[in-house]
Design a protein around this ligand. Sequence first.
Ligand SMILES: *[C@@H]1O[C@H](CO)[C@@H](O)[C@H](O)[C@H]1NC(C)=O
Length: 243
Amino acid sequence: MQARAGLELMTSWSVICCSWLLTSLYIRFNEQYVPHDPVMSGCLPSNPWITGDTMYWTMNAPTVTAPTKLRVERWSFGFSELIGDPLGRVQLLEFLKKEFSAENLSFWEACEELRYGEQGRIAEIVDSIYQQFLAPGATRWVNIDSKTMERTLEGIKTPHRYVMDDAQMHIYMLMKKDSYPRFIKSDLYKNLLAEAIIPPETKRRVFPFMRKPRHASPSPALQQLPPGDSEGRAEPEQPEGGT
Ligand SMILES: *[C@@H]1O[C@H](CO)[C@@H](O)[C@H](O)[C@H]1NC(C)=O
């Protein structure tokens, strides 16, 4: 009986701990991402889904010369955010070049090309990756552990689009653990953040009969909260015209 009660107590404790953990993870995720959600927080210069002004999309195109502050900020959330953004990769490559480790990122990009590339070119791309990055004495040789290398060399005898997966993951983890933290702390990143643009809000009303364009509220990036003031968030909007 005692053992049973003990087991039940342990079970309920683990349920409580688990839900506490999930809740705090959820809250952390929200604190990070809600300011980046156009629906939850509005977006600048204006919300294209509401105003019909497509400037927002133009400013956030995959490659632009001047990224927005929200976008650059997002790169600091995690390595996947940085490497998933074409513009983030351009900056990471700049940084890695200075450290003479740009091969890592070039290899990762070549593997992406293989993964999403044309079926007919797979053998050719695999061969080019091998010649450039993996062959003994390759000009852009990347350092992969011997086990992964062995498996990859075995795999490329019958090339397919996922044959570089292990090697790509290995290099991804190297960059994530080593290069990424240094990138985020670098002057290069700090300058990008300082120079990033905060688009001014466009005050165009497509529907003059509406009192104000909904969700065209300024982005939280505009709110310069004094340090320590965490209560400066906007009040949630009251639902209009209840039945
Ligand atoms: C790849 O990244 C690791 C970790 O940052 C580094 O030690 C290594 O020198 C890099 N290799 C190349 C070839 O860039």
